[in-house]
Design a protein around this ligand. Structure first.
Ligand code: SIN
Length: 499
């Protein structure tokens, strides 16, 4: 039985709040009738419950998407763009409420929730434009009496397996591209963040997307592997997009390989952040601060390892610690809060174990390193660590917590070698005013995205994606993101009398 909860906040538009799955325009329970709780990371208290879907619920959702696809793919690109624009304006109109839901699902402070919404609406806006700019080619091949042309066609039903750290942005980045391309989509949000996803589905429905264009199946942590596997294996699912860990990404790739499905994998990062002696220190400090402490360090593009050149190392570190001590850790809904909790209790456990391992192997904890004990929420102190060595887990694993590690370096060659010494390759950052070095670093750093005197650079118009074990495929950006949901068909015509 679903429990009912009194919401710990008020919504301006209560119609946004849904707790059942959304399939073919209807709010539905799971076949099992089971539910799971949605927890406020700032208190550890449940505030909603959603259906625990499993493999038995997948067929209906996918069939609905497939039925819709048969007509949706024929809708004109302009109509798709108009629906995306309408969705975009509804999301912007409901910004206050969506921000509040984000705070209670993820724990992030309200100011960051607004930031996520601004970033997210960039996707609906951008992909509305992309819908009308999908084009093929025509050319004269080596055989002179022929003409060759290509068209792009949508793949069919896509499945999106979405993370909890930026739950609105990640749904819109995936669904925006799919719907622009003419695909339909089943979204499986994370167990931590189903409510924002259901609110987006509600708004998509209001924006005029046909029934089955965007279905949402919620589930809990235990049933996530089963539900995800059923989506990946379903014969009508032609495309799977996943954002999450490298470990799970590899499982998804294996599951999809049977059906030779097109897959986009946005996986873990272990991103290096290089600051040279000749950097603009204020700039580097400000950009690192915003990147590292955003959402308590829970972003795959965050700085995992900060390398500072020897000439400025001590001064930079001292200033960093002074500034970081000013962070106000608290509930995301509290206006004074500048850093919220981590989103899951697992996040706290992992942070504790990374710090313990680093300390045991000789690292020095300059600040923080502990769970906040006077609260039931999942709070971890902003933590600064030096003396990192390669054998420490914190050097090779994605931290995903408010822990910043600093490493001293002497030369550019040494810094690049250390930065690239990881199986991951999502993003890298470097700060220097030497223009030759900037270009060398851009070419030599092994990552899909390089910030040059810039921290977080994610934007709807920029291709987002990694290399190495950070995955493959691009989300956002011109042409490339929509292309992930399309196939190119080639026509060859013999033209009599042309030569
Ligand atoms: C992530 O880092 O998890 C995604 C955040 C972004 O799109 O910048």
């Amino acid at each position: 039985m679903a429990k009912t909860y009194e919401l710990p906040f008020k919504l301006i538009n209560p119609g946004l709040f849904h707790t059942e799955s959304f399939v073919h325009g209807e709010w539905v329970k799971s076949k099992s009738g089971h539910f799971f709780e949605v927890i406020d990371p700032g208190t550890g208290n449940p505030w909603a419950s959603c259906p625990t879907n499993d493999a038995a619920d997948v067929d209906a959702a996918v069939e609905s998407c497939h039925t819709c696809f048969e007509s949706y793919k024929k809708i004109s690109p302009r109509s798709r763009a108009q629906m995306l624009f309408k969705w975009d304006s509804l999301i912007r109109e409901n910004r206050e409420d969506l921000a509040m839901l984000l705070v209670y699902e993820t724990g992030k402070p309200r100011s960051e929730a607004y930031g996520e919404l601004e970033y997210s609406a960039g996707f609906t806006w951008w992909f509305a434009g992309e819908a009308e700019r999908i084009q093929g080619t025509v050319f004269t091949p080596s055989t002179p009496d022929r003409r060759v042309f290509t068209i792009k066609q949508p793949l069919g039903v896509a499945a999106a397996l979405v993370p909890w750290n930026f739950p609105i942005a990640m749904v819109l980045r995936k669904a925006g591209a799919a719907l622009a391309a003419g695909c339909t989509m089943v979204v499986k949000p994370s167990p931590e963040t189903p409510i924002t996803c259901l609110a987006l589905a509600y708004l998509a429905d209001k924006a005029g997307f046909p029934k089955g264009a965007l279905n949402v199946l919620t589930t809990d942590l235990e049933k996530t592997p089963e539900l995800s596997e059923a989506l990946c294996r379903h014969s009508l699912v032609k495309k799977v997009t996943f954002t999450g860990s490298t470990r799970v990404g590899k499982l998804i790739a294996k599951l999809c390989s049977d059906g030779l499905k097109k897959v986009t994998l946005e996986l873990g990062g272990n991103c290096p952040f290089l600051i040279f002696d000749d950097a603009n220190i204020d700039q580097a400090m400000g950009q690192l601060f915003a990147l590292k402490w955003r959402h308590a360090g829970q972003a795959c593009v965050t700085a995992n390892r900060v390398y500072v050149q020897a000439g400025i190392f001590d001064a930079f570190l001292e200033r960093w610690s002074t500034e970081s001590k000013k962070l106000i850790v608290g509930h995301g809904a509290d206006k004074t809060t500048t850093m919220g909790p981590v989103t899951t209790p697992r996040g706290v456990e992992k942070a504790l174990s990374l710090v313990a391992d680093a300390k045991k192997k000789g690292a020095k904890v300059l600040m923080g390193g502990n769970k906040l004990s006077d609260t039931t929420g999942y709070f971890f102190e902003p933590t600064v660590i030096t003396g990192i060595t390669d054998d420490m887990e914190i050097a090779s694993e994605e931290i995903f917590a408010p822990i910043c590690t600093f490493i001293r370096f002497e030369t550019e060659t040494e810094a690049v070698k250390a930065a690239n010494d990881t199986s991951m390759g999502l993003a890298s950052y470097c700060f220097t005013k030497n223009v030759d070095r900037i270009w060398r670093l851009f070419e030599n750093l092994e990552a899909g995205m390089i910030g040059l005197n810039t921290g977080n650079s994610s934007a709807a118009e920029s291709p987002f994606g990694g290399m190495k074990q950070s995955g493959y495929g691009k989300e956002s950006g011109k042409d490339v993101a929509v292309a992930e949901y399309m196939t190119t068909k080639t026509g060859t015509l013999t033209v009599e009398g042309i030569i």
